[in-house]
Design a protein around this ligand. Structure first.
Ligand SMILES: NC(=O)C1=CN([C@@H]2O[C@H](COP(=O)(O)OP(=O)(O)OC[C@H]3O[C@@H](n4cnc5c(N)ncnc54)[C@H](OP(=O)(O)O)[C@@H]3O)[C@@H](O)[C@H]2O)C=CC1
Ligand SMILES: O=C(O)[C@@H]1CCC=N1
Length: 262
């Protein structure tokens, strides 16, 4: 990225916007005077970076920035009244196609990326798609900007983004649901709250790290533990026979349907 490039984040005080903005500052990807953010009600996410310009007027942000990140909630898109001209716009919005974003912001040079909540700890997953008008240099810039908060992956087709909104976009909510359910069961089984929480957290985090380290098909671990034929196999079989996959898949379907643009 050219050292003078100014990046602007519309909604830069919000969850995803500040995760990216702060990561760029902390990693030296953008010097603070080359970052501008907007929000309607202000905020103090950038209190340690006084040179970051914080504005309320999105048109002022567009004037100042060379690259614009759109990080408002989908229901707020209608009220983002800007003309980005020919500038690169990176949208993080669920339920808004490149075409919708382009018609809203006036630029055809649009990237649609799907973050997730783990961006906050730089372990997010960002699939993204760029319109044909986005150059190779800009694509490399997008990859660098998104990778600051985790793993980024350019997609050849935009349609996969609706599905991935449901899978990886919502993703961190699913282990949270699993943790909540395990915790409820442990408590009802008489385990003290602090031990139950510690056991659930260590199990989910440790198990996820193990899966990541093995880097293989997770099904292999399931098969291996079923073949072990001990207590785990009894639990796994009861869950699978009880409809675990059906429940999970219907949840993903429901989120996928919701992610398709209204
Ligand atoms: N959070 C998540 O886990 C995920 C989020 N996303 C997508 O990321 C996008 C951002 O979500 P998230 O960061 O969670 O949302 P937040 O509500 O945390 O942040 C949105 C920010 O936008 C600001 N805002 C709203 N309207 C305007 C406006 N007209 N001009 C300037 N700023 C505005 C809000 O501040 P104020 O009200 O003060 O203006 C707020 O700070 C969403 O479109 C969502 O679909 C995708 C996947 C996961
Ligand atoms: O729940 C949502 O709508 C956003 C998009 C995907 C994850 N969070």
């Amino acid at each position: 990225m050219h050292e003078d490039t100014v990046v602007g984040i519309i909604g830069g005080q919000g969850w995803m916007g500040r995760s990216l903005g702060l990561a760029w500052l902390e990693q030296g990807l953008r010097p603070p005077e080359r970052l501008v953010i907007s929000s309607r009600s202000g905020g103090d996410a950038y209190r340690d970076w006084p040179e970051v310009r914080c504005v309320q007027d999105n048109r002022a942000l567009v004037d100042l920035a060379d690259v614009i990140v759109l990080s408002v909630r989908p229901q707020d898109l209608e009220r983002v009244d800007i003309d980005a001209g020919d500038k690169l716009v990176i949208s993080l919005l669920a339920m808004a196609s490149c075409q919708t974003v382009a018609s809203r912001v006036g630029s055809q040079r649009v990237v649609r990326a799907m973050p997730n909540a783990a961006a906050e700890i730089h372990r997010g997953y960002f699939p993204w798609y760029a319109t044909a008008q986005v150059s190779d240099v800009e694509r490399r810039l997008v990859q660098t900007l998104l990778e600051s908060c985790g793993t980024a992956r350019e997609l050849p087709k935009e349609s996969a983004l609706d599905y991935l909104t449901a899978l990886s976009g919502a993703g961190p909510a699913y282990p949270a649901l699993l943790a909540q359910s395990m915790l409820d069961h442990a408590r009802h089984s008489g385990i003290a709250d602090d031990i139950a929480l510690e056991a659930v957290m260590q199990t989910l985090v440790g198990g996820s790290l193990l899966l990541e380290r093995e880097g293989a098909d997770p099904g292999d671990m399931v098969e291996r533990l079923i073949a072990y034929d001990g207590t785990t196999a009894k639990g796994l079989r009861a869950m699978i026979d009880g409809g675990f996959n059906g429940i999970l898949h219907s949840g993903l379907e429901a989120a996928h349907e919701a992610a398709k643009e209204a």
